[in-house]
Design a protein around this ligand. Structure first.
Ligand SMILES: [Zn+2]
Length: 416
């Protein structure tokens, strides 16, 4: 069987013919597939995408990288024609295997983009003997197509979250869909200001009227915007963010106490105590467990804060919002007597947002916090990964590509 037959089988282009295939040896061995126009078809204008009369064929063959075969680089070689379009004037013709000035065929771009879900962009570039930029462009193309073609109907539950980006200096606002049937990243905004979250609702438009649940943390601009733009939805302060805040408070107490002990000349018992205090007891390693047991023997402010945190864990066992509310009120009173300032601050904010917090119990079963938490963790891994993601654009593309659950065109994965 000839290679041409094979190509016609996997990738046939109307109006064009595979002419012949040349093998070029050497260190960068490649197959060059010459393509010529089918004399029976009229060329197509690249602007309006309609057939137009032939104008001329300027000098110069263009090469388009196709999916590699048996470790060989595969290039389509074609000399572009120009058309004299009655609507657009003299234009270069449209070719079906590539977009615009891209030196990569669309098939190869999808091929790279699919691999980029499994490997880092650098690894994909190395595996297929191409550059990071080519992979980046390929993923960008896949994301752009996916965003244009995704289905945004039936979104009933969303989660709004902030993530640190750019080595911890800047924030992004991210919005997830957290319905049971579909969990994905929906939207990314730069910063975490009022304008930013309003920007989401502007984009989301009338769909906001159908929202039933909105999950977020208690970041003020989010609370205000959600209250105003999704009035009918049950607004939930979710467990994941509450635990996050608790851990932050414990961390503050511990850091302050470490300094104090040092100043007063005591032994540094709290050193290496961070994870034992922050992790759930059942997730501790043997060593961390021993450290925690040791710590609990001391009469430290940190230990008292830790015990308060552990006590609050019982809250999540309640199924009724009323009973959970009573428990929460008791916990807050205890904390207010504790004289531990970061914990008191937390209790005060729990009192302010009591109803939103109890909405968690009202929304139970409809949304899953584990989902928001899972997405948040993955997102952190992606933003942190040494991708060379220095620009917001690249970060956005990487995030949408991995977490957006974006659709792909039919037949895009034919080469897998
Ligand atoms: Zn035209």
């Amino acid at each position: 069987m000839q290679l041409k037959t094979l190509l016609n089988h996997v990738q046939k282009h109307k109006g064009f013919v595979y002419d012949h295939v040349e093998l070029h040896g050497g260190p960068r061995a490649r197959l060059v597939v010459r393509i010529r126009p089918d004399a029976r078809c009229r060329p197509v204008c690249s602007k309006c995408e309609r057939p137009a009369p032939y104008y001329d064929t300027p000098e110069g063959t263009r090469y388009f990288q196709f999916v590699p075969l048996w470790g060989l680089l595969v290039l389509f070689a074609y000399t572009m024609r120009r058309v004299k379009c009655p609507r657009c004037g003299v234009r270069v013709e449209l070719v079906p295997w590539a977009q615009g000035k891209s030196p990569t065929t669309t098939a190869y771009a999808w091929f790279l983009a699919r691999w980029a879900k499994k490997l880092s962009w650098l690894e994909v570039a190395r595996s297929f003997n191409t550059t990071w930029d080519t992979v980046f462009r390929a993923v960008g193309l896949a994301v752009e197509w996916g965003l244009q073609h995704r289905d945004l109907t039936g979104i009933r539950a969303i989660g709004v979250d902030e993530v640190l980006w750019h080595r911890g200096h800047k924030y992004l606002t991210v919005v997830y869909q957290i319905d049971a049937h579909c969990r994905r990243l929906l939207w990314i905004g730069e910063d975490r200001t009022k304008e930013c979250i309003e920007g989401f609702f502007d984009w989301f438009g009338l769909r906001a009227r159908w929202l039933r649940f909105v999950c977020s943390d208690q970041h003020k601009p989010y609370l205000t915007a959600i209250g105003r733009r999704a009035k009918q939805a049950v607004h939930v302060l979710d467990r994941f963010h509450i635990v996050q805040r608790l851990n932050k408070a414990i961390d503050q107490v511990r850091a302050a106490e470490v300094k104090k002990l040092e100043r007063d000349g005591y032994e540094p018992v709290l050193k290496r105590g961070r994870w034992p205090l922050l992790k759930r007891p059942e997730n501790l390693t043997k060593k961390q467990d021993a450290k925690l047991r040791d710590l609990l023997k001391y009469n430290l402010t940190t230990v008292r804060a830790y015990l308060l945190k552990e006590e609050l864990q019982l809250l999540w066992d309640y199924t009724s919002a009323t009973w959970a509310g009573r428990f929460l009120d008791r916990w807050c009173s205890t904390v207010m007597r504790s004289r531990i300032e970061p914990m008191k601050k937390l209790a005060r904010s729990f009192r302010v947002h009591r109803e939103l917090l109890l909405n968690w119990f009202r929304a139970r079963g409809e949304i899953s916090a584990a989902v928001a938490e899972g997405l948040n963790n993955k997102l952190k891994v992606i933003t942190r990964r040494a991708y060379g993601l220095r620009t917001l654009k690249a970060t956005e593309i990487a995030l949408y590509h991995s977490l957006g659950a974006l659709p792909e065109p039919e037949g895009a994965h034919r080469f897998f």
